[in-house]
Design a protein around this ligand. Structure first.
Ligand SMILES: [Zn+2]
Length: 480
């Protein structure tokens, strides 16, 4: 029988501090904790609770990977399937290359991010007063409590060109301390610099490690403050990440491959290319959505995997070295996943998942699965090279903004060979264990070993004595 917090003897937490370290891989974070590089996080959070390996979502990238934490929704359910996407129903090239046809949250479309989300409540709706620092999913946070709303565009733009991400993080640390001192009931703080420094260098460069140390110092300050005001025991502290990262040695030119094969390919920033019949919308840069123009005036509906195979698209893509997976939707609705090793089919009926391959298993599980629940899928594939891929590939295709095909890169590769300035030396976004495994450090013990990031939303609300309504439905469940 399910139990909830209110049935147990403990008192719900009165306050909640949520620190999100953008781009912190579980393996790196764990090693830093074990080597005493993060003594304050260890003492004030992990020693009082736990450090878990959790599983993020596909695409494992900032923006889409935030909907689980703040709304308990997969990116596919939230209809935010990438940091860039195209809506075939709305897109008409060359007459219409703006919203709602095509979107990049890395540009001005960031202003529409919250409006693109479904109506579900966010964490901010459950507490008052609240504070938000840098996090883009701030719906429900009063504008004057979105503490970095004015400084963020300038700080991010300056840091992007000057690489001075340290000062962006320092601003976050200062706001975090002030918001905790003010006694806000929910304080959300995003530290962006582990991700940005990793892209510029590698996942454990001196700059990256120094950034972790600075976050640890900020945790010491807020823990001191909470101790002095006798608020430590009543405060839930969560430190996690939206995605992991891997170092990159090769950029795969998907656009060139499509151009050369005869499907002239749109991509950011070249959205105005005339006569285009395909589009690549990259996230993170380890994944991309590929869209193909159907016959007729617009771009039409989603093109089936079978049709794309007949066109020769799948064959052309499988030539690309470093491409780990290609996935698409079959005519009858199942998801087909293919790579050079083999092809498999994912189906979902009455909430249970099946995974079948004929000769060789593209995901390397080595077994076919029949009628597994979502939780069983997670448990069976938790430590595999493609954790939770059966559910993750299913959920991303629930969004009508998802590509006809979704591509995921192998470790060491990314899918953006053009216009990534400065050049990225580390990658996320893919359906790989290194990108999906994230640290989950909490000052309360959790016994469950298999946790998704979508479970964080109902779990923290339960720990704070809040009740999540049954409707609208969420993808996460309370873990204990
Ligand atoms: Zn990034």
């Amino acid at each position: 029988m399910k139990r909830d917090f209110m049935e147990s003897t403990k008192t719900p937490f009165k306050r909640f501090i949520f620190i999100l370290i953008d781009g912190a891989p579980y393996a790196v974070f764990k090693e830093l904790v074990e080597n005493d590089v993060l003594p304050n996080i260890k003492k004030h959070v992990i020693a009082r609770g736990c450090l878990k390996k959790a599983v993020s979502v596909f695409p494992s990238t900032t923006g889409p990977a935030f909907t689980p934490f703040f709304m308990g929704l997969f990116p596919g359910t939230a209809n935010i399937p990438g940091i860039r996407w195209l809506s075939k129903a709305d897109f008409q090239n060359p007459h219409r290359f703006k919203r709602p046809g095509v979107c990049s949250y890395l540009g001005l479309d960031a202003l529409d991010f919250e409006a693109d989300l479904p109506v579900n409540p966010t964490l901010f709706n459950f507490f008052s007063p609240v504070s938000n620092i840098y996090n883009p999913l701030a719906r429900g946070c009063p504008p004057d409590k979105n503490l970095t709303r004015w400084v963020k565009p300038f700080a991010y733009a300056y840091a992007h060109f000057s690489h001075q991400w340290r000062f962006v993080n320092q601003i976050a640390g200062r706001h975090l301390c002030k918001a905790v001192e003010a006694g806000d009931r929910f304080v959300m703080c995003l530290f962006p610099a582990v991700d940005t420094f990793s892209h510029l260098s590698h996942t454990q460069s001196p700059q990256v490690i120094e950034t972790y140390r600075e976050i640890d110092a900020a945790v010491e300050k807020i823990a001191d403050n909470l101790q002095k005001t006798n608020a430590l025991d009543e405060t839930l502290m969560l430190i996690t990440s939206d995605h992991g990262m891997t170092n990159t040695h090769t950029h795969i030119d998907v656009v060139k491959q499509m151009d050369d094969a005869g499907w002239r390919c749109l991509h950011y920033p070249r959205l105005w290319r005339r006569g285009a019949t395909s589009a690549s919308m990259v996230s993170g840069n380890g994944m991309t959505h590929l869209y193909f123009k159907n016959e007729g005036p617009g771009w039409g509906k989603r093109t089936s995997f079978e049709h794309l195979q007949k066109m020769g698209v799948i064959e052309a893509l499988l030539e690309l070295e470093g491409l780990a997976l290609v996935a698409g939707q079959s005519r009858e609705g199942s998801i087909i996943v293919q790579n050079r090793i083999g092809r498999a089919k994912i189906t979902c009926q009455a909430g249970t998942f099946s995974y079948r391959f004929e000769q060789a298993d593209p995901l390397g599980y080595g077994v076919c699965y029949d009628t597994l629940s979502s939780s069983e899928v997670l448990r069976q594939t938790y430590d595999a090279a493609y954790p939770d891929a059966i559910v993750q590939l299913w959920q991303i295709f629930q969004s009508n903004r998802t590509g006809d095909l979704v591509l995921s890169a192998a470790s060491g590769y990314d899918l953006r060979a053009r216009y990534e300035i400065p050049e990225h030396h580390a990658t996320h976004g893919a359906l790989l264990a290194e990108h999906l495994h994230i640290p989950l450090a909490m000052n309360v013990p959790i016994a469950e070993t298999c946790i998704r990031s979508v479970d964080v939303f109902p779990t923290v609300l339960n720990l704070c004595g809040r009740v999540v309504a049954q409707d609208p439905k969420i993808d996460g469940k309370i873990v204990y």
